[in-house]
Design a protein around this ligand. Structure first.
Ligand SMILES: Nc1ncnc2c1ncn2[C@@H]1O[C@H](COP(=O)(O)OP(=O)(O)OP(=O)(O)O)[C@@H](O)[C@H]1O
Ligand SMILES: [Mg+2]
Length: 367
């Protein structure tokens, strides 16, 4: 495990040009508790806040497990148009083989998850996989299902037994497909299919300590404590703040712009008080029910669809430690990053369009 973790840290995060931060806990939980041995295989669906680091985690893991022991770990990004960038780690021999299979047999990378058997059978013809521990990290899996009109229910059902059949036929030690998605509406469908050799996992933003490491590597000139309170350790939020050249006012203005239409919606539906309740207690969010046209449900759906709030309840297996005792994190639901919570709180308390300064005052008064 130590070898895997140290290789993980050598993975470079491409857009930031720094070495990968943390996620030791997630790797250990995944490889020691959930990816165990033959007979325990299942489809893992991993979700988490938008930008919490799922893609980078999956890529770093593929990198760390590449040529390690008898692992064959392949990452694939189903949104990538350029075939030479779909699979990771780029220089791995197995990846060249995967590309060749997509080119000559499947014709489209988006077919990999729905034709997993063909993909792996072809792989085994070209590459020795007998006795291997195969981990397939499939990023943005819903893109492929949408493209080919496969429902989540059918996808899960069809994989359910196929995992074992493929594993036996190809004489793998084990086979674990791991699908990543941020799409919270898709997650609702996956949650309903749980049990068919499939479980849904929740990954979270970086811990406070990891966020500090990230800020150090990025030479952030701002107060780390304040950045933590604003971003809740969401690395994409940190990256965005960096893209604003650490100008907190500009970053906050952009975030305020995202929240205002939601407040407008609640006002138009005359349920501003309900939104106030959600800010007091995020567990007041109504369950995601597309058919129900009651204003509270409409507002709740918007919160979920816009990646402002998400479910974090008992149905999820926890891949990360979820911070407790934060006003923006409940038992059943949580804001994906605290900044949305602070902006809503400011707007609803003052009854005015919030300014960055007011938002910062709210944070200061309440933490
Ligand atoms: N462990 C990490 N160390 C350093 N930077 C990270 C780490 N994880 C994520 N990042 C940064 O945060 C950004 C967002 O991460 P990533 O794309 O992996 O999130 P995601 O959860 O896959 O997002 P989405 O919900 O859009 O799929 C990355 O582009 C990278 O800059
Ligand atoms: Mg991603």
């Amino acid at each position: 495990m130590r070898d895997v973790v140290s290789k993980l840290y050598r993975y470079r995060v491409p857009d930031l040009g720094i070495e990968f931060v943390n996620r030791e806990y997630e790797v250990e939980t995944l490889l020691q508790e959930h990816i165990r041995e033959r007979g325990y295989e299942h489809l893992l669906v991993v979700t988490g806040p938008w930008g919490c680091g799922k893609t980078q985690f999956a890529r770093a893991l593929a990198h760390a497990l590449d040529s390690y022991g008898n692992f064959v770990a392949i990452y694939m990004d189903l949104t990538e148009q350029d075939l030479s960038k779909v699979f990771q780690p780029l220089r791995s021999r197995v990846v060249e083989t995967c590309m060749e299979i997509v080119l000559n047999v499947l014709g489209d990378v988006a077919k990999v998850p729905i034709q997993l058997y063909t993909f792996l059978r072809e792989l085994s013809k070209r590459f020795r996989v007998r006795g291997a521990k195969v981990i397939l990290l499939i990023d943005e899996v819903t893109k492929s299902l949408e493209k080919y009109g496969v429902t989540i229910r059918d996808f899960v059902s069809s994989l359910s037994y196929k995992i074992f059949e493929i594993r036996d036929e190809l004489e793998l030690e084990y086979l674990y497909p791991i699908a990543f998605t941020s799409d919270q509406t898709a997650v609702q469908h996956f949650l309903r299919e749980q049990g068919k050799n499939m479980f849904t996992y929740l990954m979270w933003n970086l811990s406070k300590q990891a966020t500090e490491q990230l800020l150090q590597k990025l030479e952030c000139p701002l107060d780390y404590e304040l950045v933590w309170k604003v971003t809740g350790g969401n690395p994409r939020e940190v990256a965005e703040l960096r893209a604003w050249r650490w100008n907190l006012d500009r970053y906050l203005s952009a975030k305020i712009g995202k929240v205002l239409p939601l407040i407008k919606l609640a006002q138009d539906l005359s349920v501003e008080n309900y939104l106030r309740e959600v800010v007091e207690c995020v567990d007041c969010v109504k369950p995601y029910q597309p058919g129900i046209q009651l204003p509270e449900y409409i507002v709740s759906r918007r919160l979920i669809e816009e990646n402002i709030v998400m479910n974090i309840d008992e149905r999820f297996r926890k891949l990360s430690k979820i911070p407790r005792g934060e006003p923006w994190i409940g038992r059943e639901y949580a804001f994906q990053t605290p900044i949305y919570y602070w902006i809503l709180k400011t707007a609803l308390e003052t009854g005015e369009k919030p300014t960055p300064r007011k938002v910062l005052e709210t944070i200061e008064e309440n933490t």
